[in-house]
Design a protein around this ligand. Sequence first.
Ligand code: C2E
Ligand code: MG
Ligand code: MG
Length: 731
Amino acid sequence: MDTDTRILFLEDAATDAELIERELRKANIAFTSHRVETKADFLKALTEFRPDIILSDYSLPQFSGLEAIRLLKEKEIHVPVILITGSLTEEIAVLCMKEGADDYILKASLKRLPSAVLNALKKKEAERDKERAVAALRQSQERFQLVARATNDAIWDWDILADEVWWNEGIQTLFGYGKDEVGTDRDWWYEHIHPEDRSRIAAGVQAFIDAHAKFWSDEYRYRRADGSYALVVDRGFILRDDQNNAVRMISSMMDVTERRQAEEKINYLSYYDSLTGLPNRTLFEDRLPQALSLAQRNEQMVAVLFLDLDRFKNVNDTLGHAVGDKLICGVAERLRTCLRGSDTVARFSGDGFALLLTQISRTEDAARIAKRAENSAVEIAQNILDALKSPFDFDGQELYVTASLGIGLYPHDGKDSQALLQNAGAALSYVKEQGGNGYRFYAEDMNAKALQQLTLENDLRRAIEREEFVLYYQPQVDINSGRILAVEALIRWQHPELGFVSPVDFIPLAESNGLIVLIGEWTLRTACAQAKRWQEEGLPPLRMSVNLSARQFEQPDLLDTVARTLRETELDPTFLEFEITEGAVMKNAERAIDIMHRLREMQIQIAIDDFGSGYSSLSYLKRFPIDRLKIDQSFVREATTDSTDAAIIMAIITLAQNLKLKVIAEGVETEEQLRLLHSLNCDEIQGYLFSKPLPADALKRLLLDAPSRPALGPGSIPDVRLNTVSLALRS
Ligand code: C2E
Ligand code: MG
Ligand code: MG
């Protein structure tokens, strides 16, 4: 490898060149040389010899040093040139240096030449290093810009000292700016930050620069060309010089608007109701425990109100879901206006809302806090009911709604959110059972069973007007002839949801709440009217047996009611019989006897129902102005298997015969029972064996059919012996 310095002589005098060479050798400069005289050879040498340095005479016959310098400049060839001349005026020397000569030396003082050459070479080397560095930098810059161009982010490269900002194309594609609109100083970036974020971001960047930090990152809103704002995450790194001063900052802005919107949407959907925009059940149930623990710490109370629209299902069913949705939104709107700032209202279910009332009171004694909490809840509940009073108007269609509210107070009605919610729910159900349009605090007796009872009671109240009751009729048959002598009217309740509800379940309930009076009146009227109708339809007249409950029996206006009913239905009283239980009569025997007398005066017959199950004393029985004893079916049921029951039946029958009363056995289900009763001289029977209770029209058909039923002749009854059985009445 040739490490010698290549020297090109531009010199017409060979001896001069030799002189110079000798001077250089003396200075131990290793070189190879080449000498040219003409422009053409000079140009050729530049490319072929490729000199490291040119030592040029100032004036040559066909060329000149100055021309050579200009040529190099023109061709952008950076080779140092030292002029060596016999004589050179000061002006020409300055001119040459200006044109690019590195030095000039007089031939008379060649001693300075070696150091001039070495200097020039050194300078040249330094320049070459610089060039290489610049080239490398340019290359890395290009690489950076290539990367910058490839990313979707907007990248800014801020030369802090010069305050120059270079942007990649991201600034255009992300934010819609035209190429010419993009500014080149930091202010341009800064001015496009949302005014509310601007000073925070600027301060943040400055703090990072001052703290000698390397990295910075923040999130802010950045203005798009159309004026809207994008949410960006900006991450930058700061370049520093040897003194640790920030000189450059390169940062990339990522547009996270959509991602954040999606996140927010997901967050929204999981915590808010999309129809009303209210918090949903999840959020409510999230907040409630927080509110409770806060209340516990501050000794405050919290109220949970459940709200349900009354008969909302009707709205949906009759007016459609669109109207239903509008109504829900309208209600949500009105609810908002009833709340205070600290309260929360959430949509819990279809037409169900939940309200959370907090900060009800500050430090006071517990009793006063409780009272105050209660008052606040009442006030808000009342406000809500009032707010719903005016009709909703949907395209001219007026809609009235009412609501039911159940209230639970913390800590009184529940120590944790679950208990509180459950109890507020129980209170709500209670209000709904009561017919809605009201509010109610939770009470401890609102347990499930009580609620069930309340439901039933509430429904029972409306059963008459809704015509859910119907009477069935069960024949009472002469045991010898098999003829239907009478029918017992038995009430049936067709509940809209529960279906058939047994009188065993609702008669005692109706007794306890007094509804039996109304129900009894209805039964009596219906039964009398039915009996009359059958007669008018030409059926053989029947006795109509109607049950009279203890409570009815106590009614002061019972006789009036009965008289009026008979008058209105025009039923002959001789065809009416009342069945009164033993227990009802014995409650107030003297009074009962009196009333029974009066009924008898009205020619109405009387039977003692469920006889044997109570505690009639024989002395009283004798005084009862009655026509019939109805043997309780519990005896009949066991009569053929349990000899004691058979004995009781026999005793009753014997007793009745002594008192000249008729005996009817109810609950007869088998032939065996029938035969036994027949053998004991029972007069009449009633039971499934002959017929179940039937609706009026079915019974009519049975009556028309009756002759075809087999009569029970005495011969068909087997002999039953009871002599060994001691007779006893339960007492
Ligand atoms: P009750 O007056 O002793 O009526 C007889 C009950 O026995 C009826 O039950 C009847 O359906 C049932 N029964 C009839 N034959 C048989 C049978 O062969 N086997 C069995 N296992 N049962 C039979 P129901 O209709 O369920 O009525 C139950 C009770 O409810 C009645 O007992 C009566 O105390 C009361 N009740 C029914 N309707 C009225 C009413 O209109 N007013 C009043 N105050 N009470 C009524
Ligand atoms: Mg009865
Ligand atoms: Mg009975």
